[in-house]
Design a protein around this ligand. Structure first.
Ligand code: ADP
Ligand code: MG
Length: 701
């Protein structure tokens, strides 16, 4: 098979050879010419501008100056030798320092001669210096492809040892771009290129690596960002189309006794407008004859579980079984307790299946699932084990999507000839842009309204030295019958450190809240499930007033009587996590409080997080902020998806481009879903190629 230019293995590039090729594969996953070309600079430095030395105020970036060497001196001996050349441009002085290659460098330098110096200056003893600057004599500038704007590439120590630092990588790019076979086929249609006035693909690749000027660089970046986001969308939308047209869904036409009974006799409150709207949206999916894939988003306590429960009852009313999968045993347990509580008296057969379900019980459940008598199964990952088989599973509800790999979602579907409807609930609000990129193939429902009567949680930031006041407040609240959470951060690097942190905290709390007046529960990740459950139970039953815990209580656990959440070392938590934790209180009707304890030492970013928490309870706003602060790579669940390994686009900054890409992809798929029209051939060809290279993308949906 003739490989195209872009598919040529990287070792065939002049100057690369086997050793470097090996390193490129290992360190940067660059296997082919195409992958090298898609290894974009992470930064550019304008080398057309020459600064005056007096203009250099900060030492955070690279500068280029032009000056004359006034002094050359060397100091130290042997391995600690140092060469210093002082340069001036009449506005100030800079010391240029070399620790290596001294003999060679000193041969290049002479006093009284003019140089262009480029590097990252720093201040030392009131003097500016640049270690290992780049030097050129003014006559050398500018050369052919060493353009005015210089690209910088990420590299690694291993690569550098093989001569592949940023400059080395740039040299490889140059070799590639100047190769006589160099050609990059266009992968967007004439129509798109014309309508959006995008730069051609080949031109874009040349200019991303060797931009001729700023405007051209911007156009090149715009084009490649669009291309990247567009293909993600095109793919997701095509999959969505194929699925909805190929996958038949069970039809749930009716509402029967279960739902009616529950709604009229067991539900003690009115549904919120948002809940009603969402139920309507879901019901229309369930009647459509196509399989539902819907993401239900809503802030903590917005009533998602209740919505899910009602949908589950509709499944039962139509003669199907249903299951609900939770990410942890505690949560599965709690769902089981609440749901069996809410449904008691309706005569529905339900069971809990987790890792700790006994063998005999398991067997019994499996039998009842197969003969169809088991109607609702609630559990953890245990639900998707090989031997869990339903007679007619109609609906799967997944709580807290983030904790599950997408692969698991797929496995659930595989069990039936007609795939069950899937409703995914998440309390972690996903910023719009991220959701669009990540779950572009799902339908969305959003509960954007809290049940009436909830008072917004009051959040305060308290510095460590004022702990006594916090404890006093806790005493007062407990005196009024409330319960209190005190949460310690998980220190990922060391589980023992975690525990110590928690234990010390526990001791402090115990001293401040002595028995027998106070009783304290503790839950952490290293306890056995049974112990955890026991402690949680004690807290739930109000036998204890204070729950000291690590973040294991983060998701879902519902203790309506808890009105105070104290978060220790709050600066250590991410925004979304803080918000999740705060959501554990304020679930009853009482005024709830969240207290963020920190030391005085806060980074600017930590300060922003704390201020954001104090100023708002809006989960979507917080999620957006989180995305801005941390970038998508750190958001829970996004790493595994792989889809966020964006090479050039940025989900936060390029929201506008993403929207264009989304709209255009939508129009194309609507008009030509499987891309069989001639004008779209270029698109389908490129998609096929992507599929070939990125097999694992398939897991995403
Ligand atoms: P989520 O799953 O979104 O966190 P839940 O469904 O667990 O929210 O609801 C949180 C609490 O609010 C539960 O105690 C639930 O019974 C209650 N609740 C749900 N919907 C309403 C409503 N419309 N009016 C009053 N209370 C509600
Ligand atoms: Mg919930």
């Amino acid at each position: 098979m003739v490989t195209s230019f872009l598919e040529t293995p990287i070792e065939y590039l002049k100057g690369v050879g086997p050793a470097r090729a090996e390193m490129l594969k290992k360190e940067l996953q660059i296997f082919s010419f195409g992958e090298l070309l898609s290894f974009f600079p992470f930064r550019y430095v304008d080398r057309s501008k020459i600064y005056k030395i007096e203009e250099i105020k900060d030492d955070s970036s690279y500068f280029q100056v032009k000056g004359t060497i006034t002094r050359i001196s060397s100091a130290g001996s042997h391995r600690f030798k140092r060469l210093t050349a002082t340069i001036t441009d009449g506005t100030g002085e800079i010391d240029l320092i070399w620790f290596q290659g001294i003999n060679w460098v000193s041969g290049l330098l002479s006093t009284g001669k003019e140089y262009i110096v480029f590097g990252k200056p720093s201040w030392f003893n009131g003097r500016l210096n640049i270690a290992h600057p780049e030097l050129e004599s003014p006559s050398e500038q500018p050369t052919a492809l060493s353009n005015a704007i210089r690209p910088f590439y990420r590299s690694t120590d291993n690569l550098k040892s093989k001569g592949l630092d940023s400059k080395g990588i740039s040299r490889m790019m140059k070799t590639l771009l100047l190769s006589d076979k160099f050609t990059i086929p266009e992968n967007l249609t004439e129509e798109i290129l014309g309508n959006l006035r995008l730069m051609g693909r080949q031109e874009a690749f040349i200019n991303i690596h060797f931009p001729s000027d700023h405007a051209t660089l911007k156009k090149a970046q715009g084009r490649l960002k669009f291309e990247e986001l567009f293909y993600i969308q095109l793919r997701l939308l095509q999959q969505k189309f194929i699925r909805s047209h190929k996958l038949d869904g069970h039809i749930f036409p009716k509402v029967g006794d279960n739902l009616n009974n529950f709604y009229h006799h067991y539900l003690s409150f009115e549904l919120t407008g948002a809940q009603k709207r969402v139920i309507k949206e879901i019901r229309s999916d369930l009647r459509s004859g196509q399989q539902m894939n819907r993401l239900l988003q809503g802030d903590v306590g917005s009533g998602k579980t209740l919505v899910a429960l009602m949908i589950m009852l509709i499944a039962l009313d139509n003669g199907y079984q249903t299951c609900l999968m939770a990410p942890t045993e505690i949560l599965a347990n709690q769902h089981y307790q609440t749901i069996s509580g809410m449904l008691s008296g309706l005569g529905i057969k339900m069971a809990l299946l987790t890792g700790s379900t006994r063998q005999a019980e398991r067997k019994k459940i499996f039998g009842e699932l197969l003969d169809g008598s088991m109607q609702i199964l609630i559990g953890t990952h245990a639900l998707i084990e090989e031997n869990v088989l339903f007679r007619h599973l109609g609906l799967v509800v997944i709580d807290e999507q983030h904790r599950f790999g997408v692969e698991q979602r797929a496995r659930l579907w595989d069990k039936n000839i007609i795939t069950p409807h899937v409703l995914v609930m998440t309390a972690t609000p996903i910023p719009r842009t991220l959701a669009m990129t990540l779950y572009g193939d799902l339908e969305f429902s959003v509960i954007d309204e809290l049940p009436p009567g909830r008072k917004p949680i009051i959040t305060r930031h308290v510095y460590e030295p004022r702990r006594a006041e916090v404890f006093k407040f806790i005493r007062k609240m407990i005196g009024q019958g409330s319960q209190v959470y005190i949460v310690y951060p998980l220190i990922k690097e060391s589980e023992t450190l975690d525990l110590r942190n928690l234990m010390e905290g526990f001791e402090t709390v115990k001293t401040a809240f002595p028995a027998p007046e106070y009783a304290i529960s503790m839950v952490h990740g290293q306890m056995k499930q049974q112990e955890k459950d026991l402690e949680m139970q004690r807290f739930l039953q109000k036998e204890t007033q204070i729950m000291v815990a690590t973040t294991v209580i983060e998701v879902g656990v519902d203790v309506t009587n808890a009105a105070v959440m104290v978060i220790e070392n709050a600066e250590r938590f991410g925004l979304s996590q803080l918000h999740q934790l705060r959501g554990r209180v304020g679930r009853g009707g009482d005024q709830a409080y969240c207290i963020l304890m920190t030391s005085y030492k806060l980074t600017a970013e930590a300060k922003t997080r704390i201020e954001t928490m104090v100023s708002t309870n809006d989960g979507f706003f917080i999620a957006e902020k989180d995305l801005q602060l941390r970038g998508p790579g750190d958001l829970e669940g996004t790493q595994q998806s792989g889809i966020l390994n964006l090479k050039i686009a940025d989900i936060v900054k390029d929201e506008k481009i993403l929207k264009y890409a989304r709209n255009i992809a939508t129009d194309i798929i609507r008009e030509d879903p499987v891309l069989e029209k001639e004008k779209n051939e270029v698109l389908s060809r490129h998609l096929k190629m992507m599929n070939k290279f990125k097999e694992n993308w398939g897991l995403i949906s």
